[in-house]
Design a protein around this ligand. Structure first.
Ligand code: BG6
Length: 481
């Protein structure tokens, strides 16, 4: 095996059994996830940790360039050169119930319903209890969040680059909005799969944030590794500063970055990211507040306003889930023959339009485009007719009227208009054929609410079509290659 793996090229995670040694399994990892589970007189290997949870919680994630030998007596790990390595499994604080559907038809629906709890847990983990308007200490001396990120990583940061794929990239776009608008730091968001082959020229004092649900996406890991390597030996301002945002602190990203924000969303089984996306957004709100406090870009009242709004979100997500699921399920009858959808949003809700479209295409195989509402007239409007529903995200704030007017342009093309917008806004009632109502909140917090009806819409359209919502053909393993 050792001789063979050094001759292999590309990414692989292999398990090999030899007819002469049926009690042994040899596994090897290179750029693809491979986890080993420790049992009692039995050992397991899998491409991802959730598969091991029903059997054991003691798990060792192999690193690139490592081999392991699994026998009933134990596990021994080696590098590809044959040197024995000392490795200990870590104990996951998960339980088997986390990988059960618990009465839900699909994991995706279960995970959509877990979102209020996920937001609560993440806020509880990181909001500073000492921050309260009744505090004896002046609030200007108390950081509102406790992310545990060292000063060395954040001090003097001049720009931020976010590297991610898919839904995590969309979270990065919302993150950019928050980091720029709340903390005043210029921020770029790059697809990891592009950045790997065309990196931005090296800039000093740059914080690089890798965002990944699984912690194993090959492009994201490779982009972070490249960023780290190209800064080795450079003068101090050019040294790498790497931060990870993930719900999987035990995954491979933890080996690459200086520090992690664990979003506390737990494992996501459904292939379409839902609760982990919302938890990534919460991590960005908290990071932006942390930086806003450190750099004094927001007054105490401004910070308090965002904190108050954040604390209200779990109850508001619950409200949307309770009041809307049935309606959205019924509405999907009308899309039995639909082949194309357009999602529109502006400002902080433009990434949510992208996310709504991605959710729909990923699990229902319906063609869907997310577009900045103001750009629709520059081309895509030509696609619209009565057969193409347009979902517009219009929440009160700086771009509200603009989105409504963009939606009206679509209406002039006979498109059916669905609004993700607060109920009882007379101007919206007139424009939209259907409304997926969301409570009116501060615009900057609205993405956490506007994404919920879009997740339900994608889920119910796919479920109605009888598709396997949790496991699309483009499975996680394929993505991890
Ligand atoms: C894709 C998944 O293949 O990978 C998406 O289908 C996901 O749902 C993307 O957003 C990135 O994954 P991760 O684990 O790096 O966030």
């Amino acid at each position: 095996m050792r001789q063979a793996v050094t001759r292999l090229r590309g990414a692989f995670a292999i398990a090999v059994i030899c007819a002469d040694y049926p009690q042994e399994l040899i596994v090897a990892r290179q750029q693809a996830p491979l986890a080993i589970g420790y049992g009692q007189g039995e050992f397991f290997c899998a491409s991802d940790t959730p598969a091991l949870v029903p059997y054991t919680r003691a798990v060792l994630t192999l690193e690139n360039g490592e081999l392991a030998r699994l026998t009933p007596q134990g596990v021994s790990v080696y590098n590809f050169a044959g040197d024995r390595l000392k490795k200990q499994p870590r104990t996951l604080n998960w339980n088997p119930v986390m990988v059960e559907k618990q009465g839900f038809r699909h994991f995706m629906l279960k995970e959509i319903y877990e979102q209020p709890g996920v937001v609560r847990t993440c806020l509880e983990a990181y909001l500073n209890p000492d921050w309260s308007l009744g505090s004896n200490k002046p609030l200007a001396t108390i950081n509102p969040v406790q992310l545990g990120i060292t000063d060395g990583l954040l001090d003097g940061v001049e720009q931020i680059q976010i590297l991610a794929c898919g839904t995590s990239w969309h979270a990065g776009l919302v993150g950019k909005y928050l980091l720029e608008q709340l903390a005043g730091i210029p921020t770029m968001v790059q697809y990891a799969s592009e950045f790997r082959y065309a990196a931005t020229p090296l800039m000093p004092n740059t914080l690089t944030i890798g965002v990944t649900q699984s912690g194993e996406t090959a492009d994201t890991l490779a982009a972070l590794e490249m960023e780290k390597q190209r800064r080795v030996g450079k003068p101090a301002p050019f040294q790498a500063r790497l931060l990870g945002i993930t719900n999987r602190p035990e995954s491979s990203i933890s080996l690459l970055v200086d520090q992690l924000i664990d979003t506390h969303a737990g494992i996501e089984i459904g292939v379409a990211a839902t609760k982990t996306f919302v938890s990534q957004l919460i991590a960005f709100y908290l990071l932006a507040l942390d930086l806003a406090y450190r750099r004094q870009t927001l007054p105490v009242e401004g910070i308090e306003q965002v904190l108050t709004g954040l604390r209200q979100l779990p109850a508001l997500i619950e409200l949307i889930l309770e009041s809307q699921e049935r309606y959205i399920e019924e509405l999907t009858h009308e899309f039995a023959e639909t082949q194309d959808f357009i999602f529109l949003g502006r400002g902080i809700n433009f990434p949510i339009a992208l996310e709504g479209a991605l959710k729909l295409k990923e699990i229902s195989y319906i063609h869907a485009e997310g577009y900045p509402a103001g750009e629709m007239k520059h081309g895509p409007i030509a696609l619209l007719d009565a057969k193409v529903p347009v979902v517009a995200i219009a929440t009160p704030g700086i771009v509200y009227e603009k989105v409504l007017s963009n939606a009206q342009e679509a209406k002039a093309r006979d498109a059916r208009l669905i609004g993700v917008t607060p109920l009882n806004a007379p101007e919206a009632n007139e424009i939209f054929d259907n409304i997926l109502p969301v409570p009116a909140v501060d615009e900057i917090l609205s993405p956490i609410l506007t994404v919920i009806p879009l997740q339900l819409l994608a889920y119910h359209i796919a479920a109605r079509r009888g598709l396997d919502v949790d496991q699309t053909p483009q499975s996680r393993q394929e993505r991890d290659r």
